[in-house]
Design a protein around this ligand. Sequence first.
Ligand SMILES: [Zn+2]
Length: 234
Amino acid sequence: MESAPSPKRFGKKPSKSKNCADLHEEQGAVKKHARKTTRQPGPDLRGMRVCLGCREHFLREDLIRVVCDPEGHLLIDRSLKAPGRGAHLCYSQACIEEALKHKAFGRTFKQNIAPMTAQVFRELVIEAIEGRIRDALAIGRRMGQTVSGTDVLERNFSKLCGLVLSTEASASTKEKLEHLAGLNQCPVWRFGENESLGQSQGKAARVAIGITNAALAKRLALEFMRRDRLSVAT
Ligand SMILES: [Zn+2]
């Protein structure tokens, strides 16, 4: 595999808008091909991780990372930096269920795992995603990539790449901001409470936070997509 690496062929980051099934289809095709033609150079899987649910390869940063404490409790590694062995999974309800059903974590960590339902597991993953969203909003504030306060938002709507709207927003505020967002083709994500949004900006309660940086908006869009995919009731 080292003789002819093809990083561009497989190392290319998959589009964030693709769903798990699309990725499986594309990457699964490469994997099957690689198995059958051992004499030819296979895809470069360095830096890739296998999902314990579907067994396909993905970029590390596109997967949930799970670690295990000495007592056998599974923990979600929110920042992908926790020391020790990690297990990986797609942000997919099906892959979570598959891994738990087939006791894949016990085999990966080579120890008895405390029982956990798929629902509890999903909730832990959503908690980790929401933690990353709060971190991103706080860092965005420090980098000058966010604006908040209804008046400031209304004046700056044309500059926004995304709008985080509190789950506590009144119907009239929601309608007004969503209307402005629609006119400016600005995505709106419902998240958090007024108090916690304000805290992330080092301010008093805020009903919405505008994102003025495209890269930050893209990152948030990815996290909200992951959250929404896991939040849908099965
Ligand atoms: Zn998977």
